[in-house]
Design a binder for this molecule. Structure first.
Ligand code: 8YV
Length: 315
């Protein structure tokens, strides 16, 4: 008998086929709203594990309908749509995939930093429009060497950003819920003070209620007219109204954003302001990394049912 697994968010075909081989899958992802409820009422008591992503809700009410649930394997790094407290209360482990995507997300954070500080988007338009031939040299930009990078968050991805930024000659300090002595870089417990110190602030904290609007007007003012905000975490972490106001007034120099409040339709102010660089929530969006994330999701389920330690446990 194959164990019953609820698929709330399906991986790519190749990895879905791996799941199909080992488990009896219940495709919650394919059902409409009424069908989703009916499915949980019907098969909930049999479900032993869940395959999902951090973009699909897994609420306490849903968890209650699965009394035999043993573990949840999440294909993404973020899990802000998952009620971790409800899982933890029942001793149900959750796994995620930060280990698989850390390098690509760190690369993207640096790509956005460089694109913003070197004016890549404007420069492309300058060449393509013929302005270069008409107006001459593109305005001089800002080098990274000797600049200060503040990192908000110090998890697996932030730790992959540090060597990349230092290779470009940046000085690094960080803000986090608590100091991580192993990181060996200055810890700043006050985010406004970190922003005031920094030329570039990269945001890579977990999303969810605990970090909603963490980067507000005060942080943006402190970062200042020459400062760059880079967000590769969740749109909700930045107060977008305050961000747009700061970008419009020039109180903040530039924002380079992989994530927004209203994905996939970014606020029109963000798409029209010249001091904004946008990326479509695609920091982990490479063939290699998406395959590695899906594999890690499959491997965590396999480890659980083989009675082995989970590879990347969250709670
Ligand atoms: C992707 C992410 O958007 O892992 C995360 O938390 O936000 C990104 O890697 C996502 O995983 C795609 O499903």
């Amino acid at each position: 008998m194959k164990p019953d697994v609820l698929v709330i968010s399906a991986p790519q075909d190749r990895h879905l086929a791996m799941l199909e081989q080992s488990y009896t899958l219940h495709r919650h992802d394919l059902a409409d709203a009424a069908g989703k409820d009916a499915m949980l009422d019907e098969v909930g008591p049999r479900i032993l594990a869940i395959a999902t992503s951090g973009h699909a809700p897994l609420t306490a009410a849903m968890i209650d309908k699965m009394p035999a649930l043993q573990m949840v394997s999440c294909v993404s790094a973020g899990y802000d749509t998952i009620d971790v407290a409800a899982l933890t209360a029942r001793g149900i482990p959750l796994t995620n995939t930060s280990d698989a995507l850390a390098d690509d997300v760190a690369d993207t954070a640096m790509m956005l930093t460089m694109a913003a500080r070197r004016g890549l988007i404007g420069a492309h338009a300058y060449v393509a429009s013929g302005d270069w031939a008409r107006k001459g040299m593109y305005p001089l930009q800002s080098s990274l060497r000797g600049k200060r990078l503040g990192i908000a968050g110090m998890g697996r991805i932030a730790q992959a950003i540090i060597p990349r930024a230092e290779a470009s000659g940046m000085e690094v300090a960080y803000f986090s819920r608590r100091e991580k002595p192993d990181v060996g870089r200055p810890f700043q417990p006050d985010l406004v003070a970190l922003a005031a110190w920094a030329d570039v602030l990269i945001v890579i904290v977990a999303g969810g209620a605990g970090t909603k609007n963490l980067v507000g007007a005060e942080v943006l003012q402190a970062l200042g007219p020459e400062g760059t905000l880079v967000n590769v975490s969740r749109g909700t972490v930045v107060d977008e109204t305050a961000l747009i106001a700061a970008l419009r007034s020039g109180a903040l120099g530039h924002a380079a954003l992989d994530v927004f409040w209203n994905e996939p339709e970014a606020d029109p102010a963000l798409t029209s302001l010249p001091n904004v660089t946008l990326y479509p929530h695609h920091a982990s969006g490479t063939r290699e990394t998406r395959a590695a994330m899906a594999q890690l999701m499959v491997d965590n389920l396999a480890a659980h049912f083989a009675g082995k330690p989970l590879l990347t446990r969250v709670n």
